[in-house]
Design a protein around this ligand. Structure first.
Ligand SMILES: *[C@@H]1O[C@H](CO)[C@@H](O)[C@H](O)[C@H]1NC(C)=O
Ligand SMILES: *[C@@H]1O[C@H](CO)[C@@H](O)[C@H](O)[C@H]1NC(C)=O
Length: 500
């Protein structure tokens, strides 16, 4: 179709400046510069959100299958990922539309229980292996690089029945699974991510219990989970580094997520920093420096004492474990969606153990901020700018991959101008950061197709392609944003014209 004209029309519909509550960016202008030629653009999905085929070809059950089937009330529309976007059967369509959009890489995840139905090497499912091999070959044929996430929240239920991420045996189970992935797929994969968003795995899954496996053990089980997730990551990193990197020459990291936390007043900066350390720092500090952030060690120890625990609820890392953790990343990653304001508060009363109370600050959002599909999802592009700057000032000059960014809507409309506007403003701030010397090397849009949005079920849409989830054919229908992303990738320019 007449893509060039469409791009021109929708670009001219959008105003060039935006104004936010934040002074530095009050009269923000979209960057007129181009992305560097070597900058990579990709799209992301994950297995449970797109594949479907939940019980086909020997796949074992995972904790999201189990939770959505046994506790459908946990999901806003009581739906599940049994069929989802049906990518298990339609992966060639997915690759074809990615080729059309022109992406350089595709970030997807492997479903542990599709390859190892009970989670262990006792039973290896060849048909599951074939699926990922076919997907990798299809990507290769189309010149799209894979970025493969080994674990994106879908733990085999058989392992959860033994405690899942709260059992220290998970370090060995995960290492076996990761090694198998490197053996099988490594020859075709140059970019690996061990684990996606440990904050969500541990806080949602084992802390407040809104994500699978739905365990509520705030400030206790969730810290055990965090410890074993980090050790599992480090173990897989070293397996790759020693056994596979010499021949496969790839890179590997862990995918971390963070909102931006902006101080309510200058006096709230310390509180905002505590929150950042409890979110990004909780996982970044161990892999970069080998231990929890000091502020976390101190605060959990104090709160545990007030609560009459004999020792801190935060499990420690032995000196040996600290050495294993330190430096287990080839580049930093960030999944980012929204921003919160932070205010300092007096020490919260003791009562129950809780990660939120351990951080001990108040979060809020400005009512004037633009809202996306979900009420917490505020569109605050300058928050991305500040987060990327903070990553450099806090952790130094590392390469950074933006591994997820994007916006959901509830309408699912094809003329998704709000999504275009979100991408354009967020990517513009990222481009500014590149021009400030922050070494951001790639950007991953979430998502290429509509998919299963966890607790939001099919109520929230995030695809550059629409899928009618009640249509058995699950056709992929382009939204305007897919043409806009294609325009950015082709021209490396966020506007219809850039300065050269
Ligand atoms: C805490 O320590 C005290 C004194 O050593 C001991 O009597 C008590 O049983 C311990 N409590 C727990 C929960 O371990
Ligand atoms: C979605 O597909 C169903 C089944 O084919 C159809 O009845 C319905 O009209 C479609 N919805 C839209 C919005 O196209």
């Amino acid at each position: 179709m007449g893509c060039g004209r469409a791009v021109f029309i929708f670009l001219s519909l959008l105003s060039l400046s935006t104004s936010d509550g934040d002074d530095e960016f009050r009269n923000y202008q979209i960057s007129r510069k181009r992305f560097p030629p070597e900058f990579k653009f990709g799209v992301a999905t994950c297995a449970y959100q797109v594949e479907g085929a939940w019980n086909e070809d020997g796949k074992g059950e995972n904790i999201w299958d189990t939770m959505t089937h046994t506790r459908p009330e946990m999901i806003i529309d009581r739906s599940n990922g049994d069929v989802a976007s049906d990518s298990y059967h339609k992966y060639k369509h997915d690759v074809a539309i990615m080729k059309k959009v022109g992406v350089h890489f595709y970030r997807f995840s492997i479903a542990w229980s599709r390859i190892l139905p009970d989670g262990t090497l006792a039973n290896i499912n060849q048909k599951g292996i074939d699926y990922y091999m076919n997907l990798l070959q299809e990507l290769h044929r189309n010149g799209i690089e894979p970025m493969v996430t080994i674990y994106h929240w879908d733990l085999p239920t058989a392992l959860q029945n033994q405690g899942g991420w709260m059992n220290n045996n998970i370090v060995g189970w995960f290492t076996d699974y990761a090694r198998l992935c490197f053996q099988l797929f490594g020859p075709l994969v140059k970019h690996w991510a061990t684990i996606n968003e440990p904050k969500q795995i541990c806080h949602a899954g084992y802390g407040i219990g809104i994500g699978a496996p739905g365990i509520t053990s705030g400030g206790l089980g969730e810290y055990l989970c965090a410890k074993y997730v980090l050790l599992a990551h480090a173990s897989a990193y070293h397996v790759y580094d020693k056994e596979f990197r010499p021949s496969q020459q790839g890179k590997i990291t862990i995918v971390l997520d963070s909102d931006w936390y902006e101080p309510g007043t200058p006096a709230d900066e310390a509180a905002a920093e505590v929150r950042r350390q409890f979110v990004y720092g909780m996982y970044a500090n161990p892999i970069i420096y080998g231990n929890w952030p000091q502020v976390m060690i101190d605060r959990v120890a104090i709160r545990s004492q007030l609560e009459h625990f004999n020792r801190s609820r935060l499990p420690d890392f032995s000196p040996y474990q600290q050495r294993l953790l330190k430096g287990t990343f080839d580049y930093l990653s960030i999944n980012h969606y929204t921003t919160y304001m932070v205010s300092a508060i007096p020490e919260p009363p003791v009562g129950h153990a809780s990660w939120d109370l351990d951080a001990g600050v108040r979060l809020w959002q400005k009512p004037e901020w633009e809202t996306a599909a979900i009420d917490w999802f505020k569109v605050v592009p300058w928050g991305f700018h500040k987060l990327l700057r903070w990553m450099r000032t806090t952790y130094g000059d590392h390469e950074i991959y933006v591994t997820e960014n994007g916006v959901s809507d509830r309408t699912g409309e094809l003329d998704d101008f709000d999504r275009i506007s979100y991408y354009r403003r967020y990517m513009s701030h990222m481009l500014d950061c590149i021009n400030e010397g922050i070494r951001i090397i790639g950007y991953t849009a979430w998502s290429i197709i509509d998919n299963y949005e966890w607790n939001m079920g099919y109520v929230a849409h995030s695809g550059m392609y629409y899928i009618n989830m009640t249509d058995p054919a699950r056709r992929r229908i382009p939204r305007k944003s897919s043409y806009y992303y294609n325009h950015i990738i082709k021209t490396r320019c966020l506007l219809s014209q850039c300065d050269d």
